[in-house]
Ligand binder design. Structure first.
Ligand SMILES: Cc1cc2nc3c(=O)[nH]c(=O)nc-3n(C[C@H](O)[C@H](O)[C@H](O)COP(=O)(O)OP(=O)(O)OC[C@H]3O[C@@H](n4cnc5c(N)ncnc54)[C@H](O)[C@@H]3O)c2cc1C
Length: 288
């Protein structure tokens, strides 16, 4: 339970952090809230020689509106997401999801950037970020680039970030009129991590027809994924029980399912369908 020896640097600016990471990309790790990295270091699953702490960089923690987008700094904590009045009005999916993560200590320290960069297959926020079709802004020695949420999660604990890149900002489009959102999960009773978690955002027109849908799934496979089959089953439908059931039945199509101590692959598939049905229904009931 004691980490191997490491050095520690706490840059004051993002430029300095990028420079340090560029110089030490092979041996360094970024430290954000520390709620995944520090336990991994204590178990010696991670043994970085250097930690570059983003905690002193003031301008990485914000929630701002820019045109029809919401920009969120990578060091924004779960507590800041869940307690943002404005976010509850313009993008309730993020506060709803953040409020379901771990316990109050985890939510006070854990960051949106840390959760996404870690890509834990049972983490909550990746599902919401995928459902929202968010964009990730990464910064490295060669400047910035934007990565779409659906391309960001590559595999178990693996993202599209390069070794020398820092996730700086997450951008989501504020949902338009007639939209409804929901995140539902079955939590693992001890940790709160998602055994299955389904995030839904959808828009219906005045006639009640579904115009767009975004569905992100976590806990089910080695990484969070976009359920395009289920999205397609909803778009153009009247969001009645028949179309909701048809969408839910495709939720794990083409996916290699996780099976573990808590839920076999078969049971997870069943849970994913049940939670998809419930999450879609909840989003439909909120669409206005
Ligand atoms: C008891 C407990 C219960 C939990 N329950 C849940 C739960 O129910 N749901 C859930 O989703 N999570 C849960 N977690 C995990 C928690 O959400 C972590 O905080 C999160 O996974 C990592 O965020 P962090 O800010 O702590 O990042 P850190 O632990 O500091 O970093 C995680 C990884 O991301 C990298 N990283 C961090 N920030 C950046 C960045 N900006 N750019 C590039 N790389 C970066 C680090 O180098 C590291 O590899 C739980 C954790 C604990 C300890």
């Amino acid at each position: 339970m004691i980490p191997s020896q490491f050095d520690y640097l706490a840059p004051q600016t993002l430029d300095e952090a990028v420079r340090l990471l560029g110089e030490h990309a092979d041996e360094a790790k970024i430290l954000a809230g520390g709620h995944s990295l520090i336990p991994a270091m204590k178990l010696r699953l991670a043994m970085p020689e250097l930690l570059i702490d983003l905690g002193r960089i003031k301008d990485l923690s914000y929630i701002r509106e820019e045109g029809d987008q919401i920009h969120i700094g990578a060091m924004t904590t779960y507590y800041e997401l869940e307690s943002s009045e404005r976010l509850r009005e313009v993008c309730p999916l993020l506060p709803e999801t953040a409020a379901q993560i771990g316990d109050v200590q985890v939510r006070n320290k854990g960051t949106i950037g840390g959760s996404l960069a870690h890509s834990d297959p049972a983490a909550d926020l990746p599902a919401a970020i995928i459902a929202l079709g968010a964009e990730m802004v990464a910064v490295g020695a060669n400047g910035e680039r934007v990565i779409k949420a659906a391309d960001f999660f590559v595999d178990l604990m693996t993202t599209a970030l390069d070794a020398g890149e820092i996730l700086r900002e997450i951008r989501v489009r504020a949902p338009e009129q007639g939209s409804g959102q929901a995140y539902l999960k079955m939590p693992q009773p001890a940790s709160g991590f998602a055994v299955v978690g389904i995030a839904v955002t959808l828009t219906r027109d005045q006639g009640g027809v579904c115009r767009s849908a975004g569905i992100g799934v976590t806990g089910v496979a080695s990484k969070a994924y976009r359920a395009t089959g289920a999205e397609n089953a909803l778009v153009g439908s009247s969001l009645d029980e028949q179309s909701i059931n048809a969408a839910a039945e495709t939720i794990a199509d083409g996916v290699s399912l996780n099976g573990d101590l808590f839920a076999s692959a078969e049971y997870r598939k069943h849970l994913a369908e049940v939670y998809a049905r419930r999450a879609i229904r909840a989003a439909v009931s909120r669409a206005k």
